[in-house]
Design a protein around this ligand. Structure first.
Ligand code: NAD
Length: 386
């Protein structure tokens, strides 16, 4: 068996690593930068940590904080225009996945013709030809893993689509956990379960490898152990650090092994019902795994041990079932509702959700158990009342 693992991104990790911006700017030889910043960083003043480093290096910069959560195409197009107008030589982005994805796409498209829609995976008609402007990505949620992936996600009317190409990879990712201390409980919960989902789906993906398995299982361990503390005692620096690292290595795992059915069924919840990416994944996670469990029972036994609920005397099946229960407990304990109806979704919405989910073949094809339209409808049905 043969696998390929792509690891082209320089990663700086740790409290204070934001200082590394100066080394990266020097290495790239830039003196004019546009900084994409989540609006919270601007209002809270946290952006000053970045401005300080740039000022010290005499680098001219402008700040773009017109970040829209779960960005629609229009937000992406406005970002592309802003980078074109800025004449910047480098794009730095600090924020959650929304800011990072807008910046990644804008840095590449600024030096191409056309709009975001021209380059989308499902419906785009143009091909990217070069990497555009260099990018430094600084995640402030833990998280999407966007800092180490080649994907930018955009929200459409009924679902989501991506631009995906290695040109979107960062030149450097700087993960400074201090930026995540201010993330409120609900966002910590949603983004943390998102990272957990990345790890789990990469681990059970049919494209997984020994290397992605190692990263994914370590991320499962870190996140399962620390997410409750990060949500309910957000000042706990150790928990925040573990979540930040867990999110990044889960990102490396899924960048290589891919995500699958949970994301496929979650995307329409974002498009049709504007449920955040993290909460959409958290909602679908137990129900999709309930369905695919028989096809990944050995791996789910290892997940049980990674989550601290496996026992040596139990059968593989019973340990796998314990992992499933531990996943349900995890999403409940961090306060995420467990039913579609809690978000106002009704039985008559299931057909439209399933019609959109079945189009996500890129994701569904990686599932250890095939999902057809009837399976998808049944999974949504199970999730309806929880
Ligand atoms: P987000 O970027 O939308 O941010 C969520 C909220 O958290 C916002 O209100 C933001 O202002 C706030 N926030 C961010 N950082 C903060 C901080 N340090 N302190 C306080 N508040 C803060 O949420 P997200 O979950 O990080 O990103 C979601 C987007 O990422 C979606 O569009 C999703 O589809 C995409 N995504 C991309 C990838 C990828 O590989 N590119 C992977 C998964 C998800």
């Amino acid at each position: 068996m043969m696998n390929t693992f792509i690891s082209p991104i320089k990663i700086h990790f740790g409290e204070g690593s934001i200082q590394k911006i100066s080394d990266e700017c020097a290495a790239l030889g830039v003196d004019r930068v546009i900084v994409f910043a989540d609006p919270f960083l601007v209002t809270s003043g946290a952006i000053k940590r970045i401005e300080h480093v740039l000022t010290e290096q005499h680098i001219q910069y402008s700040i773009y904080d017109n970040i829209v959560p779960e960005p629609p195409l229009s937000a992406g197009d406005a970002a592309v225009e802003a980078v074109r107008a800025s004449k910047a030589q480098l794009v730095i982005a600090a924020g959650g996945g929304s800011a990072l994805d807008m910046a990644k796409a804008a840095a590449v498209l600024a030096l191409h013709d056309g709009k975001i829609s021209d380059y989308l995976n499902l419906t785009g008609t143009k091909k990217l030809e070069h990497k555009g402007l260099p990018k430094i990505l600084i995640p402030t949620t833990a998280g999407t893993g966007s800092e180490v992936t080649d994907i930018a996600v955009f929200t459409l009317e009924s679902s989501k689509d991506v631009i995906t190409h290695h040109f979107l990879l960062a030149d450097a990712a700087i993960i400074d956990p201090e930026f995540t201390y201010s993330v409120p409980a609900r966002v910590t919960a949603a983004t943390g379960v998102d990272a957990f989902t990345h790890a789990l789906e990469a681990y059970t993906s049919i494209q997984s490898s020994t290397l992605t398995d190692t990263l994914a299982l370590e991320a499962v361990t870190l996140i399962a152990k620390n997410i409750r503390k990060a949500v309910w005692q957000g000042h706990d620096k150790e928990a925040r650090r573990a979540m930040a690292w867990g999110s990044t290595i889960a990102g490396l795992a899924f960048f290589n092994a891919g995500t699958a059915g949970v994301h496929g069924l979650a995307y329409p919840l974002g498009g049709l019902f504007h449920i955040s990416h993290g909460e959409s994944n958290a909602l679908m996670l137990p129900y999709v795994y309930e369905f695919i469990l028989p096809a990944c029972i050995d791996k789910m036994e290892k997940v049980a041990f990674a989550m601290g609920v496996g026992t040596k005397t139990a059968s593989t099946r019973d340990n796998a079932l314990s992992a499933l229960q531990a996943i349900r407990d995890l999403t409940r304990d961090v306060g995420i509702p467990s039913s579609l109806s809690a978000y106002g979704i009704k039985a008559q919405d299931i057909d439209s959700l399933a019609d959109d989910a079945i189009k996500q073949t890129r994701l569904l094809n990686r599932s250890p158990k095939a999902l057809n339209i009837d399976d998808i409808r049944n999974i949504y049905q199970r999730a309806l009342e929880g």
